[in-house]
Design a protein around this ligand. Structure first.
Ligand SMILES: [Fe+2]
Length: 221
């Protein structure tokens, strides 16, 4: 059985993700889908086990469970969006694998005989973090996990970022301007496009005294 584990797609389905989803038997989504249409699209490729993330609002989002326990070919799974919501007695529940999302950080470690997985995010790119998901093969009650890393797009354009992250990005850029970094250096250090770095630098330099909020407003985001 081929299982694709994804999380934090935040309203984005990359072609590389769709390709993987269309080749698997089951999809596990650890939350933060952000829009009902995206979930509908995901459901076209395979049966989906999904939990609600803090960005899954509205009627469709509230209908999703916060935690989910299920079994695939004899392996018992527990899934929830935030690692913080894993119950402290998880070791007593006969669970083999725990899946979380939310952190946007890929993780695969073992604790008290339980394997803890986080596929990272395969949605919009956040700063310099890689875009990742997990592929799991289950055979004869044994699972094998492969990390799937999606190469960054050529752009790193603004749509690649979560709008809520923009104040943080602007803060970092302003800090780098004060350190007298060049635009290409700023783009590289913060995992943003040259175009975005240039735009923030220009707004900062042409509006003396402007603060982060002012720059974000002027960017029209
Ligand atoms: Fe989240």
């Amino acid at each position: 059985m081929r299982v694709m584990i994804i999380s934090d797609t935040h309203n984005m389905l990359r072609p590389e993700v769709i390709e993987k989803l269309s080749e698997c038997d089951v999809i596990l989504h650890a939350g933060d889908i952000s829009k009902a249409e995206i979930l509908e699209e995901i459901r076209k490729y395979a049966p989906v086990h999904v939990v609600r993330g803090n960005n899954d609002r509205g009627e469709w989002g509230m209908a999703l469970p916060l935690t989910l326990e299920f079994e695939l070919e004899g392996i018992r799974f527990f899934m929830t969006h935030k690692p913080f919501d894993v119950p402290s007695d998880i070791g007593m529940r006969g669970v083999d694998i725990v899946i979380c999302g939310h952190t946007h950080r890929y993780d695969d470690h073992e604790e008290q005989g339980i394997r803890f997985l986080n596929p990272g995010s395969c949605g919009p790119r956040r700063f310099t973090q890689p875009i990742t998901m997990m592929e799991m093969t289950i055979e004869g009650g044994r699972s094998e996990i492969t990390k799937v890393e999606i190469p960054r797009g050529p752009s790193g354009s603004m749509v690649e970022h979560i709008p809520g992250d923009m104040p943080m990005i602007v803060n970092r850029v302003v800090r780098d301007i004060k350190k007298k970094k060049t635009v290409p250096e700023i783009a590289e250090r913060n995992g943003i496009s040259l175009e975005l770095a240039e735009k923030i630098v220009r707004l900062y330099l042409t509006h003396p005294g402007v603060d982060t909020e002012g720059i974000v407003k002027k960017m029209g985001i």
